[in-house]
Design a protein around this ligand. Sequence first.
Ligand code: 5GP
Ligand code: ZN
Length: 116
Amino acid sequence: MSDPSCLFCRIAAHDIPADIVHEDQRLVAFHDIRPQAPTHVLIIPRDHIATLNDLEPAHREVVGEMHLLARELARAEGLEEAGWRLVMNCGAAAGQTVFHIHLHLLGGRTLGWPPG
Ligand code: 5GP
Ligand code: ZN
């Protein structure tokens, strides 16, 4: 299911251009428009899921696939040895600004902890 008013649904449908690095039947991955690290890729399901609060058991496989794709892209970006990070913000207080779940894959520099 997709939501025509959702930015990431529209990117997945190629209605809005993005620098796509991977797509398959269930997932799309593309470069973040405002990268916070040398590697900053967003991994989304094609299905519209607004936030982590909306996850259901039926999403188990796609959420697993998002992580496996992140692992593949991290390897392709040469990040394995130095380290890399996955972030998924849930809700406004956590900094979520696009309400279609997305994994941020970040790497290529030393990342501070705790996050802001
Ligand atoms: P959030 O703040 O919801 O966790 O992350 C949303 C991310 O989407 C931000 O890092 C932001 O830079 C990125 N973003 C927002 N609009 C666009 C867009 O039109 N294209 C791409 N490629 N990234 C976007
Ligand atoms: Zn959407």
